[in-house]
Design a protein around this ligand. Structure first.
Ligand SMILES: [Zn+2]
Length: 377
């Protein structure tokens, strides 16, 4: 089994989320793993929506071992005509594999499978698990469907440590912030702009909220986490109004939150609700509600964790932190201490002409193989 060929095959499945369509890719992966004929293997394609599925492959040992995890969906390849080669056709040029998902993160998934294949005849003392999740790029919906269906229990029972193979250039990332994103919807009342008192201006109410939010943002920034710095709550999208001569009846504000472990998504959302309550008391025509778009937990595996030490030794690197969020936070939250460790550069994620170097793919294959040996054999 060859990592580059497998990565090319995975790239050829258009698993853009939304809508996803990850099922064919998950089935292809399941067939690849099935064909290895590994003792104690149980391979499941968990379908959770029309055309959408996760892969869960477990290889039993006597006790819990290692989880290797990656997502099989990709972000859209807009402007396909601006790509040098078609985004859903893995193309090799000058030591690099190009295609949507090459770095984020079908290359890593391919390396995980070849690492497993290279040790298929070895006797395992401890279990090994491979999961390929759908919908990571749209709020981890595949992983949450796996948990909701009770399927993550079998993963947890077999893994005492986990790796999410997001692109870190094979450096060990042991911590990142959590996330929360929500829409605040301001409902006013439309009226002719020539007589504003007949209406309720939702844009002006949104401004009241943004001003009130400033104090909370300042308060949050007073807490500093040693690893991850400070919590950020940023207004990122605003839309409201319909016509120049109409008092806007509706305005929507999207907030992006990046949270240190000291601030939970619940505490932040509760506080935003309190701000709305305060403004409603102060201004009789103020009304707003919150719609949560997604929340993701932080990753905070301690520097001295034995698994972090093992990964550092294997990669000859010192563990670090990341600015982006990953599913590793969810594995950790569900009882599997985890790190992010994968091939390719995060700068390649989500861009035109995304690529991964063949050198990174080989390095991932080597490191994952050694990790399996270290933890499971
Ligand atoms: Zn990713």
């Amino acid at each position: 089994m060859d990592t580059v060929e497998l990565a090319k095959s995975l790239i050829s499945f258009n698993t853009t989320t939304p809508p996803g369509n990850e099922e064919d890719c998950a089935r292809f992966l399941a067939d690849q793993v099935q064909d290895l004929h590994i003792d104690g293997a149980e391979i499941e394609v968990q379908r959770f929506q029309e055309g959408r599925a996760n892969l869960i492959a477990t290889f039993d040992g006597d006790g819990p071992g290692l989880l290797l995890a990656g997502h099989i969906d990709v972000v859209p390849a807009k402007d396909a005509e601006n790509w040098t080669s078609p985004p859903f056709e893995g193309s090799l040029r000058a030591g690099k594999l190009y295609g949507r998902g090459a770095a984020d993160m079908k290359g890593a998934v391919a390396s995980m499978v070849t690492a497993i294949a290279s040790l298929k005849k070895s006797r395992r003392k401890r279990s090994l698990v491979l999961i390929g999740t759908a919908g990571e790029e749209v709020g981890f919906d595949g992983l949450y469907a796996m948990i909701k269906a009770g399927k993550f229990k079998q993963v947890k029972a077999r893994a005492r440590c986990g790796v999410a193979g997001e692109p870190t250039e094979m450096n060990v990332v042991r911590a990142h912030k959590g996330g929360v994103s929500c829409k605040v919807i301001f409902e006013g009342r439309s009226a002719h702009a020539s007589d504003p008192k007949l209406g309720v201006n939702s844009i002006e109410n949104c401004i009241l909220f943004i001003n009130e939010l400033k104090g909370y943002r300042r308060e949050l920034s007073r807490t500093r986490n040693e690893d991850l710095g400070r919590t950020l709550i940023t207004p990122t999208v605003i839309s409201g109004g319909s016509k120049s001569n109409v008092i806007p009846g509706r305005c929507e504000l999207t907030l992006d939150g990046r949270l240190i472990p000291e601030h939970t998504s619940k505490s932040v959302l509760d506080r935003l609700q309190t701000l709305i309550g305060t403004l409603s008391k102060r201004h009789e025509n103020f009304s707003a509600r919150i719609e949560v778009l997604y929340r993701t937990p932080p990753l905070v595996t301690p520097r001295g964790d034995p698994f972090v030490k093992t990964c550092e030794a294997l990669t000859k690197s010192t563990s670090t932190i990341a600015l982006y969020g990953t599913e590793a936070g969810v594995y950790a939250e569900n009882g599997i201490p985890s790190v992010v460790l994968g091939p390719g550069n995060i700068k390649q994620a989500h861009i035109i002409d995304e690529f991964i170097t063949l050198k990174q793919l080989r390095s991932a294959e080597t490191v994952y193989t050694r990790l399996i040996k270290e933890i499971c054999l």
